[in-house]
Every structure is written in C-alpha cells, then in structure tokens.
Write a protein that binds this ligand. Structure first.
Ligand code: NAP
Length: 288
C-alpha cells in the first residue's frame, strides 16, 4: 500500500487556528521584527511568506530590508535597539547573510527571550537540559508537531535523523530523545560509514541533509514514517522556469513508507507556523 501523505499545510492551518485564539486573549499584540540583508530571491520569498502569515494571524511585523553592503556594526546597532524595544517580542535574521557578515555573533546578540528562531546558545542549551517550554528551533519543532498531529507513536521507537546542523538535525535528534518523547535516536552525517544500514533500522526517518532525493526506497524499512525536511532546487527543463523543488527523499519511498511528508507542502509550512508560535509564546511570557 502506498504511503499516506502527511499534509503539512493542514497541520499548519490547525496550529494557526490555535494561535489566533491565543493572540485574541494575549494582553499585547505580538510583534515580530524581520531583518533581511541583500536580494537573495529565495530569502525574499521566505520573508514574504512569514510576513503574510503574520498578517493572517494578527501579529504585527516590522521589516528591516537592508542593502548587501550593510556593515556588521550597523546590524549590531539595529539589534541593540530591537533588544531594548519592549513593544517587540521576536527578532528574526533571515539566513543566509552576505559572506562578510558574521551570522553567529549576531545571533548571540539577540536577547534569548526574543530569539524566535531558537538559534541562540541559551535556547539550544535549554533543549539539552530537557527544558522544552522556550524557543525551540522552528523546523525541528514543526516536525515534532506534525508527528504529534498525525498520531505517530514515538515512545520506544527507533528514530534516525540524517543531518547534524545546529538549526535542524541536532535539535531534532535531541527533541526525539527527550524524556516523555522517548525515541532511541541515531544521527547519520556525512562521515557515517554505512548510512543506508542505519536508515534501514529506523521506524521514524527524518531526512535533513540538503541532498536532493538521496534517500531512496532501498534506504527505508517497510512501514517506516519518513519526514522530508530537505528543500533543494534542481534543474528541470520540462518546467518553464527551468527548475523544481526536490526534497531529500526520493518519491519512490512512498512505495515502502507508511506515512511520508511531501516537498513542497510538508515541513515548510510548519516551519513558518512554529515561528509564529514562538512569537506568540514570547509575547505571552513578557506580558502575563
Ligand atoms: P546543513 O547545515 O548543510 O547540514 C546538512 C547536514 O547533512 C550536515 O550535518 C551534513 O553532515 C549532513 N549531510 C550532508 N550530506 C550528507 C550525506 N551524503 N550523508 C549523510 N549526511 C549528510 O543543512 P540544514 O540547514 O540542516 O538543512 C538541511 C536541509 O533542510 C536543506 O535542504 C535545507 O534547505 C532544508 N531546510 C528546510 C527547512 C524547511 O522549512 N523545510 C528549514 C531548514 C532547512 P556533516 O555535518 O558531516 O557535514
């Protein structure tokens, strides 16, 4: 039987309804600042989607659209002002920044309670401590919410995460292994000697490698749940624009998986929804 598709758009829409209710009783209007530097077309699309989502939910957004040549010190000054602005609950720096800017040190400057991306060392460190009520990185948090929403049982299951980035793979592995979730987790990375063997042992397989359609059906145990985090642009001459989006998981995995998330329409919408959730959580915690 082919896999059931895990509809990230529907899951995100449910989450948005819940957020609208929380916003309606929040003592202040949640307010998100979005900083974008340069003209990277994909980044412009991501920022537009985030701002549109803010508008749908009634979250105030303020955009800082800065030229490519913006200096590190200029960004630092903006961040200092945003940290001190008590009417603001979330600060997002759209990645990637131009190469002359030090993204890590800018992230470190963000006040952790306003770090709605969840990339500040304080927020990442809290995940290690099992304190999961703060700012969790949006993509792995979105994956966890999708799994909960679709009723996937994680306790005692073998989970394999492909990728160990600080923003996706590593926090994903920690969330799956957290007390109360209770999966047994393996991380596969570029130096793992036998990645296919590791993946074949997974009841839950999360692919976040950034390698188009790398995971094929011979990597997947029959009946496994497969979540595709990858978003890759691959050339496609049959399309007018000359490219299409591909995940890290090959479509033929749907022949063996029990549940599988699509690209697009899977983890992507959940990432945006979790950014909104973090912004609302920040507003709630600062005004109750
Ligand atoms: P990243 O920082 O480049 O990390 C990729 C990870 O995959 C690294 O840990 C790398 O291992 C591992 N890897 C690369 N090639 C591999 C291979 N052949 N076998 C095993 N592991 C391999 O990327 P990222 O930011 O985590 O993003 C991963 C993917 O998710 C990308 O396609 C990105 O566009 C997508 N993404 C999607 C969303 C969304 O909203 N859906 C959000 C964020 C990212 P090493 O550590 O050994 O180098």
């Amino acid at each position: 039987m082919p896999a059931v598709w895990l509809d990230g758009k529907a899951c995100a829409a449910d989450l948005e309804e819940n957020l609208k209710q929380r916003i309606s009783i929040c003592k202040t209007q949640p307010h998100l600042a979005v900083i974008i530097v340069g003209d990277d077309p994909a980044s412009l699309v991501y920022v537009r989607n985030k701002i549109l989502c803010c508008e749908r939910l009634g979250i105030k957004s303020t955009q800082f659209k800065l030229p490519t040549e913006t200096k590190q010190t200029e960004l630092e000054d903006i961040l200092k002002g945003l940290n001190e602005d008590a009417t603001l609950h979330g600060i997002l720096i759209q990645s990637p920044l131009p190469s002359h800017l030090d993204e890590g040190s800018l992230t470190d400057m963000i006040e952790p309670t306003k770090d709605v991306d969840g990339f500040h060392p304080v927020n990442l460190g809290k995940i290690v401590q099992g304190r999961l009520n703060g700012m969790i990185p949006c993509t792995p948090a979105g994956v966890m919410e999708m799994l909960r929403w679709s009723g996937v049982d994680l306790a005692g299951k073998k989970a394999v995460v492909i990728g160990r980035s600080f923003n996706v793979g590593m926090p994903q592995a920690l969330l799956l292994a957290a007390k109360g979730i209770d999966s047994t987790v393996t991380i596969v990375h570029s130096k793992t000697p036998q990645p296919i063997l590791e993946c074949l042992s997974a009841d839950i397989l999360i692919a976040a490698a950034g390698r188009p359609e790398m995971v094929t059906k011979d990597w997947v145990k029959p009946g496994a749940v497969v979540i595709d985090v990858g978003i890759n642009r691959v050339s496609d001459t049959t399309r007018e624009r000359g490219w299409r989006l591909a995940g890290d998981v090959h479509p033929n995995v749907s022949e063996v998986a029990s549940i599988m998330s699509p690209v697009p329409g899977g983890v992507g919408p959940m990432t945006v929804a979790m950014l909104m959730a973090n912004t609302v959580t920040s507003a709630e915690s600062q005004h109750y």
